[in-house]
Design a protein around this ligand. Structure first.
Ligand code: SF4
Length: 290
C-alpha cells in the first residue's frame, strides 16, 4: 500500500463534506474528514449517540458520502459486526466496516459491545474520537475525563483519574492499535491506511478537542491537540502484533503547564497538581521510549 507522505498526495475527494452541523472548530468533524481520506468510498459507518451522530446530518441533508448507520448508544461495534457478517455472507470483502464512537460510546456506555467485538476479533475498525467529555448531553464527566477537569457535574474538578482505554484495548490483542491526533493529519491518515490493509479487529483512538468542553476558543482546536502531543501527555504510536512504534517524537517536550493553562476546564488545578501531572508524564514518556 502506498502511504501518503505529503499533503499533495492526500486524496482531494471529500467523503465527509463541508456544510455539516458541527460547531465551528469541532475536532470531531476534523477527525472524520481526515480519516475518510484513507477509508475511501468503500466504507460503511456505524455511529452511536454522540455529537458525531448528528453532525453528519440530522435533517434531510447529510455530509456523509458513504452509508452511515445511526445505532443505539450501547452497540455501534455490535452493529458493525453484524454489517460485516452480512457482507461476508454475500462474499463482499472490499468494504471497510467502521464503528465510530465518542469516548462515551467507547469507554462507558458502549464498552460492553466494544469489548465483545474486540474479544471475538471481529473484522472491523473501531474508532474512538475522544473529546474527554459527554458533549452530546451537555458536557458531563465520563471515565476518560482527565483528573481535576471541571465539567457541569464536577464543578470543583473530576476527583478520579482518566481511565486508560489504550491499555484496556491492548489487553484484547487487537490486530492493530493506534493513537492519533487531529493536529497531525498525515500521521492520522497513514494510520487509517495501515489499518485498512490489516484483517481483524483494529482500534484507533483520536484526540479530538471540543472547544466548548475544554474552555478554549473555536480556533484553538488544532493548537491544543498539537500541544497535547508536544507536552508528552498524548503520545502518538501504533502497535502491530503487540509491538509499539512511536510515530511522532517531539523534538523538545514543552511543559504540561503550557497545555493546561489555555484551557478553562483546568482552572482549579493548583501548582502541586500541575507538578504531579508533569512528573507522571515524564515517567510515562520514559516508559514509552525505553
Ligand atoms: S459540542 Fe464539541 S464535539 Fe460537539 S459538535 Fe460542538 S465542537 Fe463538536
Amino acid at each position: 500500500m502506498e502511504l501518503v507522505n505529503n499533503p499533495a498526495e492526500v486524496p482531494e475527494a471529500e467523503l465527509f463534506t463541508g456544510g455539516h452541523d458541527g460547531c465551528r472548530g469541532c475536532g470531531a468533524a476534523l477527525a472524520v474528514r481526515q480519516a475518510m481520506k484513507a477509508l475511501g468510498p468503500r466504507t460503511i459507518i456505524s455511529i452511536p449517540a454522540s455529537c458525531m451522530a448528528t453532525i453528519g446530518g440530522s435533517g434531510l441533508s447529510t455530509a456523509w458520502q458513504v452509508p452511515f448507520y445511526h445505532s443505539l448508544f450501547e452497540c455501534a461495534p455490535a452493529v458493525a459486526s453484524g454489517i460485516r457478517a452480512a457482507l461476508d455472507v454475500q462474499g463482499i470483502e472490499d468494504v471497510n466496516v467502521v464503528s465510530w464512537a465518542g469516548d462515551a460510546g467507547t469507554a462507558d456506555i458502549g464498552f460492553q459491545s466494544l469489548t465483545g467485538a474486540a474479544e471475538r476479533q471481529e473484522n472491523i475498525i473501531h474508532v474512538c474520537y475522544d473529546n474527554e467529555t459527554y458533549m452530546n448531553t451537555g458536557g458531563q464527566a465520563g471515565s476518560v475525563t482527565p483528573y481535576l477537569a471541571t465539567t457541569p457535574d464536577t464543578p470543583a474538578g473530576k476527583p478520579t483519574p482518566r481511565k486508560d482505554m489504550l491499555a484496556i484495548m491492548a489487553a484484547h490483542h487487537p490486530a492493530y492499535l493506534a493513537t492519533a491526533s487531529v493536529a497531525y493529519p498525515l500521521d492520522l491518515i497513514q494510520k487509517f491506511q495501515r489499518a485498512t490493509g490489516i484483517q481483524g479487529f483494529r482500534y484507533i483512538h483520536i484526540l479530538a478537542p471540543c472547544f466548548k468542553g475544554w474552555g478554549i476558543r473555536e480556533d484553538q482546536t488544532v493548537q491544543l491537540a498539537r500541544l497535547a502531543v508536544e507536552c508528552g501527555l498524548w503520545q502518538l504510536y501504533e502497535e502491530v502484533d503487540g509491538r509499539r512504534r512511536l510515530t511522532v517524537i517531539p523534538e523538545h517536550r514543552v511543559p504540561v503547564r503550557d497545555y493546561l493553562r489555555l484551557q478553562g476546564r483546568f482552572r482549579n488545578m493548583d501548582e502541586g497538581a500541575v507538578a504531579a501531572l508533569q512528573a507522571a508524564v515524564d515517567r510515562s514518556w520514559q516508559g514509552v521510549q525505553s
